[in-house]
Design a protein around this ligand. Structure first.
Ligand SMILES: [Zn+2]
Length: 382
């Protein structure tokens, strides 16, 4: 599968099989309120001390240094089970927690990464795809996985075949559903039988998620599903589209961003001239003046405290897009739009307007802007 990964990296973004983004319905009302905690999930692939570094192959010594810096920074590395319990609202965890995940199942996970993780006592999750387990050559064997399970490893699914959905989706709804059922269902059964326990986490191959996957993920008992879009996770984040930083062997900046939690302070030059520190009359996302590292953020305003709001008059305008089809959630009173085309400029302005039932606009207009970290946002898909 390495060849496919490399090929994916070489292709320009638009040439990859990323299906058209389906219209995003209003986000479901957050079941558990935001507790202010942010979690960073790191995604690794292959390791080597001698092979040449690539984006997907990181030097073992560099990996060791990264683990050391996490330890020195006092960032807690938590097991996936704790992350999941926190996400469900069953457990409290520390802010700035780290979750370590490793995709595909390369043998070097066992020979190179595992000794380091064991030394630091860091738990980790292996996202394995069925067809590569015991696949010979550079693949992990199930014995290796079982041994790592004794020392901090847990197993999540990374599909059966590591295929991208595009070709199946183009063949129609029936073929596509069958494909998703196999990738979700057979991998889960296989991994649970082989390694025990319940498999409730999933890493989308290539990070590609489509709306058709959501009901089936639920049906098969997957709770937490990860993309490869970088970003910190909050408790209210959509469980089916959880961000993850793919740590690249050749670009240290991604690791720095993943383990840096003070976004604004970490921005080059602090606040940029076009973005003065701001505050808005109502809570918004991304926060005003924030530097984010995703080009596809969810834009959202919490209007639950607006007096006498007439939802029919709501309108959202986004720089470079004009008026966008934002959706008002009657339950949470949030007004949101999922950016569906990568933001191109380094700063983005958002304006939300409305009238009250007497036709009067708000006293203070709701306008804000945030910045996009250009380098971090340029990340290849897995
Ligand atoms: Zn993969």
């Amino acid at each position: 599968m390495k060849f496919a990964l490399l090929l994916a990296l070489l292709l320009p973004l638009h040439a990859q099989e990323v299906p058209p983004v389906a219209p995003v319905p209003a986000p479901p009302p957050p079941a558990v309120p935001d507790d202010g905690v942010r979690v960073s999930v790191l995604g690794y692939h292959d390791f080597s001390e001698t092979a040449s570094e690539t984006e997907m192959v990181i030097r073992t010594s560099k990996f060791r240094k990264q683990m050391e810096s996490i330890k020195n920074a006092g960032l807690p590395v938590i097991p996936m089970a704790d992350f999941q319990a926190w996400k469900r609202g069953e457990k409290e965890i520390a802010d700035k927690s780290i979750v370590i995940t490793i995709d595909d199942g390369w043998k070097a996970v066992y020979t190179d990464a595992y000794p380091v993780l064991k030394e630091f006592g860091f738990p980790f999750t292996l996202f394995l795809y069925k067809n590569y387990v015991d696949g010979g050559g550079k693949a992990l064997t199930s014995e290796m996985v079982k041994e790592m399970q004794k020392n901090g490893a847990t197993v999540g699914s990374h599909s059966v075949s590591h295929s991208y959905p595009g070709p199946y989706r183009r063949k129609g709804a029936e073929v596509y559903e069958k494909f998703i059922r196999t990738e979700f269902g057979d991998s889960k059964r296989f991994l649970e039988e082989k390694f025990g326990g319940r498999v409730t986490t999933y890493a989308y191959p290539g990070g590609i998620h489509t709306a058709e996957m959501d009901p089936l993920a639920k049906e098969f008992g997957y709770e937490h599903l990860f993309t490869v879009l970088p970003g910190k996770i909050r408790r209210t984040h959509d469980d089916h589209r959880l961000p993850r930083y793919i740590i690249l062997g050749t670009r240290d900046r991604v690791f720095e961003l993943a383990t840096g939690f003070n976004e604004v302070a970490g921005a080059p030059g602090g606040h940029s001239p076009e973005i003065a520190p701001q505050s808005t009359p109502y809570p918004v996302q991304p926060e005003p003046g924030m530097v984010i590292d995703s080009r596809l953020p969810l834009l959202s305003a919490d209007l639950s405290t607006v007096p006498d709001l007439d939802p029919k008059t709501l309108s959202m305008k986004v720089g470079g897009f004009g008026e966008v089809p934002a959706v008002f959630d009657e339950q949470t009173k949030s007004y949101s739009w999922q950016v569906n085309r990568r933001l191109r400029s380094p700063a983005c302005q958002v304006a939300v307007s409305w009238l009250d039932s007497k036709g009067k606009p708000p006293e203070v207009p709701l306008r804000w802007s945030f910045r996009i970290d250009a380098e971090a946002a340029y990340l290849p898909v897995e």
